[in-house]
Design a protein around this ligand. Sequence first.
Ligand code: NAD
Ligand code: HSO
Ligand code: ZN
Length: 425
Amino acid sequence: MIIKKIKDLTEEEKSKIINRNKMNLENIIPTVQEILKNVREKGDEALRYYTKKFDGVDIEDFKVSKEEIENAYNKIDYKVIEAIEKAAENIKEFHEMQLKNLKEWEIEKNGIKAGQILRPIENVGCYVPGGRAFYPSTVLMTVIPAKVAGCERVIITSPPTKEGEGNPATLVAGDIAKADEIYKVGGAQAIGAMAYGTETIPKVDIIVGPGNVFVTAAKKLVYGDVAIDFPAGPSEVLIIADENANEEYVALDFLAQAEHDPNASCVITTTSMEKANSIKNKIIEEMEKAERREIIEKALENSAILVGDLDECIEFSNEYAPEHLEIITKNPREVLKKIKHAGSIFLGEYAPVPVGDYASGTNHVLPTSACARMYSGLSVETFLKKPTIQELTKEGLKNIADIVITLAEAEGLFGHAEAVRRRIN
Ligand SMILES: NC(=O)c1ccc[n+]([C@@H]2O[C@H](COP(=O)([O-])OP(=O)(O)OC[C@H]3O[C@@H](n4cnc5c(N)ncnc54)[C@H](O)[C@@H]3O)[C@@H](O)[C@H]2O)c1
Ligand SMILES: N[C@H](CO)Cc1c[nH]c[nH+]1
Ligand SMILES: [Zn+2]
């Protein structure tokens, strides 16, 4: 883990931090291309082959039965079921508010009405990770907004357990979120199945949800054959911490993202070298006690503690465009005004990323690898199309005929011009 002043970073060091995971993704493209090709050509047979190869289990039928879902309720603690239900309520409320704020509208001028309507995407495929951890929370974050948007068929794919079953908490979350079907298949092969369809898994219109580098590479490769949300790969956090920040909280939040994946990346930008060193010492102290130490140690190789004045910290954060941004400073709302790019922003010392991961109501499926520069996280809008409409009176048509005819003829498209001319004469 690098500890350095921002202004002393070499180009190479800076590029390694900013371009996290770029090389990892590029290196696995050939493997993922082959997986997708085989799934496209061989359907379920390829899914069985890769599930055995990568997940170590034989699966005959990928579809989770109603009975399996009912049994899943008996396999998990009641407290977990209750927590899923409560989290689901908050997530639903937040996303319903998003829907309320999306309006259909129309303007009218000179006999010409033009406007926009909203229509849900019909078939949605939600990828729910299940490699190094299972993610029932991701079921809620993907299925609930799709259902709030009014999507007709919302399916889930998620890797099987070592016993070849669906992870019970994932199944229960799927039931609570009202997913239409759940399939026990993960990785790039699951993305291929939802993009092209197999004997058991239906082709969908959009694939959403996070995953490791294999899942993220597969989503990028099928884009065009199917819509995707955005690259939502290995987790990231950037923490802007000033002199007032509590080192222990900063260290814990850093480690919380690092424990997701060896490819996770965590960056702290802080205002003095003393603060940087005391945060580093806390990280080391806490890491000794951490459960997922092996994963964290690897993730630390992609991580950094950087030092600069507050404006330099903000500028670096904008360049990094993090999935999660924590602002732990004296005046977080003042810093917020200068933030240009981030997937989700956590203000102050009592808003650690895990609250957004599970229960504040905001969505935890967020763009990684600097894609927060151009994408927002998953929302109801992800699942809605906005067809435009126009309706004209004869007078209205006469009012714009000149413009249309002139431009059509300038483009050499005389048929376009004629379609208007005939109507107004
Ligand atoms: N950005 C976000 O919004 C967000 C949200 C939640 C989780 N995440 C990230 O999701 C990821 C979940 O990763 P995970 O690994 O735990 O679960 P996963 O479900 O994404 O990946 C597991 C699958 O990867 C495949 N796989 C494993 N090794 C492979 C190999 N060598 N070749 C080909 N395929 C292989 C297997 O098919 C396996 O089923 C983490 O990186 C986490 O940080 C991101
Ligand atoms: N931090 C993850 C997004 O990068 C989301 C998550 C789910 N469960 C725990 N965390
Ligand atoms: Zn998390």
